[in-house]
Structure formats: structure tokens, C-alpha cells
Ligand binder design. Structure first.
Ligand SMILES: NC(=O)c1ccc[n+]([C@@H]2O[C@H](COP(=O)([O-])OP(=O)(O)OC[C@H]3O[C@@H](n4cnc5c(N)ncnc54)[C@H](O)[C@@H]3O)[C@@H](O)[C@H]2O)c1
Ligand SMILES: O=C[C@H](O)CS(=O)(=O)O
Length: 484
């Protein structure tokens, strides 16, 4: 059983219109611990009817919330932020139990998730408009930024808290109301956030969290004319489906989708820094993040040295139950994820790749996979074309900078890319050519609330975080004041 300092944070109910409710038919979905297979809780298996009511509640709550002052919304968001930090240990324990990531990473995600609330508590007060010099003496031109209205959010299992607050915080800061559907694998983190939002003073109906039948709930969200904005984080195929479903009501969309991040190491790189960057960008969350390095392009002059140093470091990563102290890598989310990673490694080996370390299921069994480094990889292998979403680093050798840029851009995705070099000229030359929304240069750590997070091409639309993140939940109104 999950041991919490505040057991009331474990909410096995949906949060609709300020009430904690079950599904209409009483049905539930089991939430299981990926490390043990044990059921942690049962959450409501809601469907279309409950989704309709959640949207109606958000619509009812919109005008009073939109009409609060930015300062009032800011104060409530600030309280929510403070409550998250006050309950960081419990929120992290809930996350590790339902998602599997090591407790230290979970604590880090709670702080990261809370930072979005803190950031937008401040940004709420800076939703400035404009007065534009008029072309006519009898006219004033004013532009205001206004809440877009009722929003919907659908989020993934890999960052069960940060992907929620990265949407809810700007929405509430902008004066919107929102209905959130978390991933079926990790709903408890979202429900705990709703509990704390209620304690912070977020009024009934402003934030609603509904768990259950994804396609039924998503179908209502995307078809509803009341919902003016959909923010989705998840796989590209689902993002494309939701985009199609939103066309009938022309919703504003934010899509944070899949990735295939290149990690380029040039001959003039600091190899130790590149190895540290590789560990940070590849093995976080057992490789289950959208911005994980997915394919390593290493210049011929440093290939062997980088491969050896990386393999030595990866072989030392402690693997185990995320609840245990010192564990750096937990289990994958489920058996399907394990089978996908295993198949990609076996395909690479069948086409000539070699194992520098790892390369098989872990002795712990379950859904653990050994932290892995593959060498002699070519871009003909599936592991270089598909999002691995596991702790596997495939290394491909290249000769020239032009070849590296061509290989790096040879993907329909465009979320994150990384490269290591000590040449300032090469920094600007390569950064300009990479077709990605985010480029890490001499670092593997890119996640922060102050910067615009998002991709191009099949990695999505829009940006989350930064001062740009508020615009995703606002619309511009142009006032032409004549007869002056
Ligand atoms: N770009 C980013 O910021 C980012 C962040 C995290 C994850 N991701 C991507 O998400 C993927 C892994 O996450 P996942 O497995 O949860 O993705 P997923 O697309 O399977 O699920 C994401 C969410 O969509 C819901 N969903 C699935 N089918 C749906 C439907 N037909 N209608 C409505 N909702 C539906 C799921 O219940 C879940 O809540 C990876 O591709 C990863 O790259 C991207
Ligand atoms: O999985 C992708 C998330 O966006 C992770 S993070 O924001 O880069 O931490």
C-alpha cells in the first residue's frame, strides 16, 4: 500500500464541477504499479455523458473566472504552486507508484511541474494589449488579448504531472476553464493536482479532471462547439486523429507530439561533456521522454572514444524499483513498451549492429530493460527511424559536418536535437540548419518553464512554457474606435 503523509491526496474519483464523482455506471479502471504489477487504485471509467457534463461545468464557470482580475488568478495559482511544493514527497510517491520513474526523478518532475504554475502565476499579470498608431485622426486602434474560453487537454503517461500543469497553468492564468483527461496509466497524479487546486481556491468547474474511455471522452471534447481550444501531448498518430476531429469546430490546437532526436558529437567536442549530456538526454525516465536522444551521430575521429566512455557509464546505471534509493532506471511503462524496445534492438543486431553494453531484458524481469548502447549502427535500421522510447542508444558514425546535418534532418519529426562542439562558428552554422523546435548545444538538459517547448513537422504545433505559452490560451481582439 502507498504510504503517504497526506493520504487524502490519493483520489480514486473524477473531479467534475467541484465534486469527486464515480462513473455513471460505477465502472472503473485499475491503476497498476509497473514495477510490481500490483493495483494501486481503481479510478472511474467515465465516457461521453460524463465528458459532456464536465464541459458544461467548465462553460458555467467560465464567465465568473474570466472576469476575475489577473491578480486574483495569480494569487490562486501561486497558492497552488506552494501547495505542490509542500506535498512534493507525496506527489512524487504517487507518480513513482503509477509510472515507475525513480523517486528522485519524480521529485524533480513535481518541482518542474510546479515551476509552470509559478511561471504562469506571474505571466497572468502580463497579458498586455496594444494601442497602435492610427492611420486616421478620428480613429484609435486598440488590441486586447482575451481568454479563448473553455479548453480541453489530453495528456500522456510519461510525465503525469508536468504535462498537466504545462497546460492547466496557462489556461487558468489566461482566464480559461479546462477539462483534462489524463492517461489511463497515470491518472492519480492528475487527480492529486486537482485536490491541491481545490485547496488553493480554484473555483468549482474551472478545473475538471475526467478519467476513463479515451476515444469516447476525446470524441466529445473534439466535437463540442463549446470547447474552443484543445491541447494534446502524446503520440503523433493520436495527435493527427484529434486534429482531424477538431476540424468540424475549428478549434485552436496545441500539439506536443512524437520525436526522433539526433545527438551529434563532432570531432572537436568535449567527449566527457558529450557523455554526460548523453546520459542526461537518453536515459531519463528510462528513455521514455519525447525529447530523449533517439539516435547518436558520432564523427569518425571520436567515435571509438565516445562509444567506449558512454558504454562504461551506462553499464554502471543502477536499475531497479523506482521506490528504492539510488535507482537511476526503473521499469518501462508496460509489456507493449518492452516488446517494442526489444524488437528494435533485435532488428538492429540482425542488420549488423553490435552491443557495447546491455541489449536484452533485465534480470529483474517484468518490464525492465538493460540500459543499452549499440555500435556499428546504420540509418537503414528501424532503431534510427522510429521513436525508441526506451533506454537504448544507437551510435552511427559520420565523416563530415554536412553529412551529420543531412542525417539529423532526415526524419519527419522535428522536436529536439542536440550537438556537441567547441567551435563557436560550428555552433551557429549547425544550429541554423537543424530543422527542430529545440536544440541543445553542449548540453542534454533542455527542460525549463522559461523557454518555449515544442516542435515542427510531425512533432506538433504551438509552444508550451515561456511568455509564448500564454498565447495558446488567448485570442486577439482588435477594437477600431471611430468618430473621435
Ligand atoms: N512533445 C511532447 O511534449 C511529448 C511529451 C510526452 C510524450 N510525447 C509523446 O507521447 C507518446 C507516448 O505517450 P502515450 O503513449 O501516452 O501517447 P498516446 O498518444 O498513446 O496517448 C496520449 C494520450 O492520448 C489519449 N488517447 C489515446 N487515443 C485517443 C483517442 N482516440 N482519443 C482521445 N484520446 C486518446 C491517451 O489516453 C493519453 O491520455 C510518444 O510518442 C511521445 O513522444 C510527446
Ligand atoms: O516527454 C516529453 C516531456 O515534455 C518531457 S520534458 O518536458 O522535456 O521534461
Amino acid at each position: 500500500m502507498l504510504q503517504l503523509q497526506d493520504p487524502s491526496l490519493l483520489r480514486p474519483s473524477c473531479y467534475l464541477d467541484g465534486a469527486w464523482v464515480a462513473a455513471d455506471d460505477g465502472s472503473t479502471i485499475a491503476v497498476t504499479n509497473p514495477a510490481t504489477g500490483q493495483t494501486i487504485a481503481q479510478v472511474p471509467r467515465c465516457g461521453a455523458a460524463e465528458a459532456e457534463r464536465a464541459i458544461a461545468a467548465a462553460e458555467q464557470a467560465l464567465a465568473p473566472w474570466r472576469d476575475t482580475t489577473a491578480a486574483q488568478r495569480s494569487r490562486i495559482l501561486r497558492r497552488w504552486f506552494e501547495l505542490m511544493l509542500a506535498h512534493q514527497d507525496d506527489l512524487a510517491a504517487i507518480m513513482t507508484a503509477e509510472q515507475g520513474k525513480p523517486l528522485a526523478e519524480a521529485r524533480g518532475e513535481i518541482a518542474y511541474a510546479a515551476s509552470y504554475i509559478e511561471w504562469f502565476a506571474e505571466e497572468a499579470k502580463r497579458a498586455y494589449g496594444e494601442v497602435i498608431p492610427s492611420p486616421a485622426q478620428d480613429r484609435q486602434i486598440v488590441v486586447t488579448r482575451e481568454s479563448i474560453g473553455v479548453c480541453a487537454a489530453i495528456t500522456p503517461w510519461n510525465f503525469p504531472s508536468a504535462m498537466i500543469t504545462r497546460k492547466v497553468a496557462p489556461a487558468l492564468a489566461a482566464g480559461c476553464t479546462i477539462v483534462v483527461k489524463p492517461a489511463e496509466q497515470t491518472p492519480l497524479s492528475a487527480l492529486a493536482l486537482a485536490e491541491l487546486a481545490e485547496r488553493a481556491g480554484v473555483p468549482a468547474g474551472v478545473l475538471n479532471v475526467i478519467t476513463g474511455q479515451a476515444s469516447a471522452i476525446g470524441g466529445v471534447m473534439t466535437a463540442s462547439p463549446t470547447v474552443r481550444k484543445l491541447s494534446f501531448t502524446g503520440s503523433t498518430p493520436v495527435g493527427q486523429l484529434l486534429m482531424q476531429q477538431c476540424a468540424g469546430t475549428v478549434k485552436k490546437l496545441s500539439l506536443e507530439l512524437g520525436g526522433n532526436a539526433p545527438f551529434i558529437v563532432f570531432d572537436d567536442a568535449d567527449v566527457d561533456a558529450a557523455v554526460a549530456g548523453a546520459l542526461a538526454s537518453k536515459y531519463r525516465n528510462a528513455g521514455q521522454t519525447c525529447v530523449c536522444s533517439n539516435r547518436f551521430l558520432v564523427q569518425a575521429g571520436v567515435y571509438d572514444r565516445f562509444a567506449q566512455k558512454l558504454a562504461e557509464a551506462v553499464a554502471c546505471l543502477p536499475v531497479g524499483n523506482g521506490m528504492d534509493a539510488g535507482v537511476a532506471q526503473g521499469p518501462l511503462i508496460d509489456q507493449a513498451a518492452l516488446h517494442k524496445v526489444e524488437a528494435l534492438v533485435q532488428d538492429a543486431l540482425a542488420h549488423g549492429a553490435r552491443i557495447a553494453t546491455g541489449g536484452a531484458r533485465h534480470a529483474l524481469g517484468g518490464t525492465w530493460y538493460q540500459p543499452t548502447v549499440l555500435t556499428h549502427v546504420t540509418d537503414a535500421m528501424a532503431v534510427m527511424r522510429e521513436e525508441i522510447f526506451g533506454p537504448v542508444a544507437p551510435l552511427q558514425r559520420f565523416e563530415s559536418e554536412a553529412e551529420a546535418v543531412r542525417l539529423a534532418n532526415d526524419t519527419p519529426f522535428g522536436l529536439a536535437a542536440y550537438f556537441f562542439t567547441q567551435s563557436h562558428a560550428r555552433v551557429w552554422r549547425v544550429a541554423r540548419q537543424l530543422e527542430y523546435g529545440i536544440v541543445g548545444i553542449n548540453t542534454g538538459a533542455i527542460s525549463t518553464e522559461v523557454a518555449p517547448f515544442g516542435g515542427v513537422k510531425l512533432s506538433g504545433l504551438g509552444r508550451e512554457g515561456s511568455r509564448h505559452g500564454l498565447d495558446e490560451y488567448m485570442t486577439l481582439k482588435y477594437l477600431a474606435l471611430g468618430g473621435l
